[in-house]
Design a protein. Structure first.
Length: 739
């Protein structure tokens, strides 16, 4: 441990950033090397230096400190980005890729032609840039737009600094609001908590209080309650019970319960929230749009279930026998039941764990329906799940988003009640991933005379978005359901399947070396310390698994981990594996993350314009620092990203279990350690294990495995879909709900 540094009186310092040594991704504490103006030697600067990049000139105030381990450093208190004033510094700044359209080549040409006047030229008479060889209308527009972005970003950073607000929010605020960023921050800072990823209510509240918003104001209470509901929705709740919500708001906002109730009633009057007493008597508070989705899903399910179907008369026994002869396969009784039920049409749910034959059932249903000329549509929540569905069934499949034809310009799905899907039978795989919003959009687009089949494993993690769609359907008792429980003999030979079912039943998995009667598809590598776990993962991915099984480290192996943080969390594992597998090449820095050509990356936000969705994985094909964009190859399709869009991407050498849901990989490597105790849950371990197709390797402690198996989440996910369905079958009067 280092001693406390000794500080000197406050001083000013100006210089050019040479290199970013380290950035903490949580608080943006940064260590950088600076070349001071007029000095021969570089110095180390430390502090909150979010969004600072090499080649920028900084004007700093702070104090010199002497650290016993790291020596003399300049501890930054304020930081202002300024434009350089010497020709060499100007050229370095322009060549640094900070302004789109200008790289090393054009930096030299611009400085040679305009000298120190170049910034005034870009600012006041940008059309003169056409005087420089190679700059045409397209590049001129790139440079002009890039300059405006940098100026607006500097303005928002200075504003945040003047109000003692953490500057690492600047880039995200600017990306969300563009040149309206300052106006938005000053007009309604609480909106930041709803619009800008990473800014929670506490941060928005800090900004508001710096701008003079009173603690006891109704506006603050409304914003706080509304944000709490938004935050609870990200935890999976479609509603929250009124009394616990009021208590949480009182504790979070440090205001009276009476003010929170006033805020709730005002939000109700303004139609932002819905207050309702549910069929079971629970007093519920909904965000309005989630209430609309949940009640609509009930209505749509009942509409489809109660309407006659335009299906031909099919003798299920005869067609199943024909399918069995053709594919030399005998369906089990539960499988026959599922196929027979599907051929009758309506709404059907088929659920079961790995090895229970869900895919075989889908294939049989599709083969029979297509034989009789029934038009079928196949879909899944993610691109990887849809691709796997298509590979296994040999029937075209798409994501639900593509099936519904989302239109980015219009901000809505083109397939809806007025323009329904053109299919007599819709089959949806990986249905455990469907949240209430997507369920509503899908069901609205299904014609009443069509049938819909939901297939999934209800023991997987629930959807990332709000709702508990598949489990609620099963629990409601109002939808025809077939539960598959028999694990087939071939699947029993797999330790992946065997251990998945043991874990799901609360039993310890087989961690000893597999015997010769089973497939060699499950390994357990014991490692007590996180450092040793990390070392084992590095070796498994780069050496042991490729050498022993022939796996490609990038395309076949996926590291899955319970958490983002920590030595064996996704963030650090990505840094370690990137350094191991792709250490060199053209790169661009985005905060604490460096992206290189050849990196495996994941899209972490739905982007309908680019047609890439949360969880899609690709490889960075190229990086153009001059024009400030990179291209990612998603399964053969190149998608372009501007550098200011890189918050939508994360390195994907390692991903969390939640992000891996719905995907399947050749080999899965998963750390299981007590340092992840908060996330060690049975369904999380089960979900991670079932992502591996040919091999799963757990690395860590046996006691951590047992801890996960014995931990079944007691925290409810509040969703009323199931009880609404039951109530519609046995309707009773619903009382009014005052706050």
């Amino acid at each position: 441990m280092t001693g406390m540094p000794e500080a000197s009186p406050q001083e000013a310092l100006e210089g050019i950033v040479l290199r970013i040594v380290y950035t903490n991704p949580d608080n943006y504490y940064t260590v950088a090397l600076l070349q001071p103006k007029g000095a021969l030697h570089e110095v180390t600067i430390v502090g909150n230096l979010a969004n600072v990049r090499p080649s920028e000139t900084l004007r700093l105030t702070g104090r010199w400190v002497s650290d016993r381990k790291y020596g003399r450093q300049f501890a930054v208190e304020t930081c202002e980005i300024v434009l350089p004033d010497t020709l060499d510094a100007i050229e370095a700044y322009l060549a640094g890729g900070l302004i789109r359209g200008i790289g090393t080549t054009y930096a030299k040409r611009l400085v040679a032609h305009f000298g120190s006047e170049i910034f005034d030229i870009i600012e006041k008479t940008p059309e003169r840039l056409r005087e420089v060889e190679g700059i045409g209308p397209k590049r001129l527009e790139l440079i002009r737009r890039g300059w405006e972005e940098q100026r607006a970003l500097r303005d928002i950073m200075m504003f945040l600094q003047r109000h003692a607000i953490p500057q690492h929010f600047a880039a995200r605020i600017f990306r969300q609001y563009g040149d309206k960023a300052l106006e938005q921050v000053t007009r309604n800072p609480y909106q930041l908590a709803l619009d800008v990823r990473g800014i929670g209510f506490k941060s928005a509240d800090l900004i508001a209080q710096k701008l003079g918003v009173p603690t006891e104001s109704l506006d603050r209470a409304k914003a706080g309650v509304f944000f709490l509901l938004q935050e609870l929705a990200t935890e999976g709740h479609t509603f929250y019970p009124a009394d616990p919500l009021i208590q949480r708001a009182v504790e979070t906002l440090q205001v009276s319960a009476a003010l929170v109730v006033d805020a709730l009633n005002t939000l109700k009057q303004e139609k932002h929230v819905v207050l309702e007493v549910l069929p079971d008597g629970e007093r519920a508070v909904y965000l309005r749009h989630l209430h609309v989705h949940e009640t609509a899903v009930v209505a749509q399910l009942l509409r489809i279930a109660r309407t006659g179907k335009l299906l031909p008369s099919i003798n299920a026994d005869t067609e199943i026998a024909t399918f069995e002869r053709q594919y030399h396969f005998t369906l089990a009784p539960q499988q026959r039941e599922a196929v027979t039920a599907a051929l009758r049409g309506g709404v059907l749910v088929i659920t079961g764990g790995p090895g229970t034959g869900k895919t075989t059932i889908i294939k049989a249903i599709l083969r029979i329906l297509l034989k009789f000329g029934v038009s079928v549509l196949c879909a899944a929540p993610t691109g990887r799940a849809a691709k796997r569905m298509q590979e296994l069934t040999h029937v075209p499949a798409s994501t639900i988003h593509r099936l519904l034809q989302f239109s980015p310009p219009e901000g809505r799905y083109l397939r809806n009640a007025r323009n329904p899907l053109r299919g007599d039978f819709v089959v949806v795989d990986e249905s455990s991933m469907i949240d209430i919003t997507l369920a509503d959009a899908l069901l609205r687009a299904v014609p009443a005379t069509s049938s819909v089949l939901f297939v999934g494993d209800c023991d997987q993690l629930p959807s990332v978005g709000p709702g508990n769609f598949l489990r609620d359907l099963l629990a409601s008792g109002s939808v025809h359901t077939v539960r598959l429980t028999e694990v087939f003999r071939q699947a029993q030979q797999s330790l992946i399947v065997t251990n998945a079912h043991r874990i799901n039943a609360g039993e310890s998995p087989i961690l000893s070396p597999p015997d010769e009667t089973r497939r060699q598809d499950f390994l357990f590598v014991e490692a007590e310390d996180p450092e040793r776990v990390l070392e084992c993962i590095r070796d498994l991915v780069s050496n042991t698994l490729p050498a022993r099984f022939g796996f490609d480290p990038l395309s076949d192996i996926q590291v899955i981990t319970p958490m983002h943080r920590g030595l064996i969390g996704a963030r650090n594992l990505n840094r370690e594996l990137q350094a191991l597998l792709n250490p060199r090449g053209t790169a661009v820095e985005r905060g604490p993350v460096t992206f290189r050509a050849g990196d495996k990356v994941m899209q972490v936000e739905n982007n309908y314009d680019k047609e890439v969705f949360n969880g899609d994985v690709g490889i960075i094909a190229s990086i153009n620092r001059e024009d400030q964009h990179l291209k990612v190859n998603f399964d053969g399709r190149l998608v372009s990203y501007d550098f200011n869009e890189l918050d939508d991407l994360e390195l994907a050498y390692a991903v969390t279990v939640h992000k891996a849901q719905g995907s399947e990989y050749g080999a899965v490597v998963m750390p299981v350690h007590t340092t992840h105790y908060i996330m060690l849950q049975r369904n999380l371990l089960y979900t991670g294990l079932t992502r591996g197709r040919r091999l799963v390797c757990l690395v860590g402690q046996k006691r951590a495995v047992h801890m996960a198996i014995n931990s079944v989440s007691a925290t409810p996910r509040y969703s009323a879909l199931g009880q609404r369905l039951r109530a519609r079958l046995n309707p009773a009067p619903t009382p009014q709900h005052p706050a």
